[in-house]
Write a new protein. Sequence first.
Lengths: 166, 163
Amino acid sequence: MIADFKLYEEIKKSGINLILSLPCILLKGILNLIDEKKEIQHIPITREEEGIGIAAGAYLGGKTPAILMQNSGLGNSVNAIKSLLQLYKIPVIFIMSHRGAEGEKISAQIPMGQLTPDLLDLLNIPKFIIDSMETIKEVTVAINLSKKSNKSVAILLKRTLWSNVT
Amino acid sequence: MKRYDAIKKIVESLNDELIVCNLGAPSRELYNIQDREENFYMLGSMGLVSSISFGLAISKPNKKVICIDGDGSLLMNLGSLSSGDQKTYTSHKTNLDVIAKGAGFESIIVIKEIENIVPNLKNLRVGCYFVLIKVDPGNAQVENVPLQPEELKERFMKVISKG
């Protein structure tokens, strides 16, 4: 809960003003906060690619969008990342719960969980790991890099962010 | 009515609307009919033109945004049905206007005659409209869009930031 508050404040401070989201059990707290506070426009979506499309359009219109999603959706996103975001150099912030890693109980999450860091490297997307209260400030570092380089960045939220404080 | 002729009519109805155009033949046709700074041509990521248009519209609420989508790419973003330029799902049983109604569109316009395109588009007021223009299959023989992706993005963002 404390981690969600801190993460929310960091996202808001960084200038993100549009969030596209898919649900994940780990993201439940932060998504609830976004809805309660009503300070950042929030649009729930049905598929990651759709979110990338909306984010790209919103960026063209002057917004700073982020997608909150599970890392499992990164596989669905590959073509849109390459042939939309990177082709036009449109930066989008991916904030992903890193499922299928340490402490995962659902077997189907594990293959994408293991692949995620390598896939991000292969896609040439810089990744930032948030695994504790102290590392939450990486959100701002990641977003500043994205703004400066016109590149998408990925922020991986590890399960320990929540399990270590609650 | 061919799609090329339909796009020509859409262009005739324009003032300063932003257009996001589906990749491939529709973008080539639009470019060759009339290139404008307010046109954004999709070069890849089939299926996403409706999402990009939506993102653009919510970030520029005072601007009219026209999304030129295709039947196949629209279905691709609804689910995973796909079609090429041959026999499509929409030439048989799928009614996109009924799907749009089910998805919550309150204003749906179906155009079958070419002379109805301009008056219908000019009549659109503030809101979200689903306009289905029934055209015959086939692409016009026109050249590719010669603009580079980044050039296109910068041109488009520049004209948007003006108004």
